[in-house]
Design a protein around this ligand. Structure first.
Ligand SMILES: Cc1cc2nc3c(=O)[nH]c(=O)nc-3n(C[C@H](O)[C@H](O)[C@H](O)COP(=O)(O)O)c2cc1C
Length: 138
């Protein structure tokens, strides 16, 4: 089997209805191809992993790469593996609220591994700086 982790930025025009559509299609297609995975999303920042048969991972990754609903797709990691880290999830969608609400997710081995590419779960889901100057800066 093969596993990859990637990071990307959701485009500003991608709305929650688009996300719902992506997750629905991904769940059915990944299940057909024996792919499992997770998609963490916070403030437009995507961190995701898929794993499964190498050719299937490649096929899915080709479509993800070209998907105009996100940009700056950055392949963070790829590895051969014997076991799945995301068993039972065709593509689990994980906005901050979902992870906050479920302590089991906070210690999930796959999410610990995936979020490691962004400094850990807390760092990934931390409030983002807007770039606007704060009053303390004056
Ligand atoms: C961040 C992100 C993750 C995605 N993950 C998957 C996935 O795991 N499996 C999948 O089939 N499609 C995934 N998609 C959607 C595909 O890029 C593609 O749109 C989908 O497979 C169907 O293609 P179509 O909408 O052109 O028919 C993802 C899209 C984005 C933006």
């Amino acid at each position: 089997m093969f596993r990859i982790a990637y990071r990307s930025n959701l485009c500003p025009h991608t709305k929650s209805a688009d996300i719902d559509r992506i997750v629905a299609i991904a769940n059915s297609r990944n299940a057909d191809l024996q792919i499992t995975g997770a998609w963490m999303l916070h403030d437009g920042d995507c961190l995701a992993a898929i794993e499964g048969p190498p050719l299937a991972v490649r096929e899915i990754m080709d479509t993800i790469w070209d998907d105009p609903r996100h940009t700056d797709v950055n392949l963070m990691h790829m590895e051969q593996c014997d076991d799945r880290l995301f068993s039972g999830w065709a593509l689990r969608f994980l906005p901050k609220k979902a992870v906050e609400a479920d302590p089991q997710l906070q210690s999930h081995a796959g999410l610990t591994w995936l979020s490691g590419f962004a400094g850990g779960l807390n760092a990934f889901y931390a409030p983002r700086q807007t770039g606007a100057p704060t009053s303390a800066a004056h």
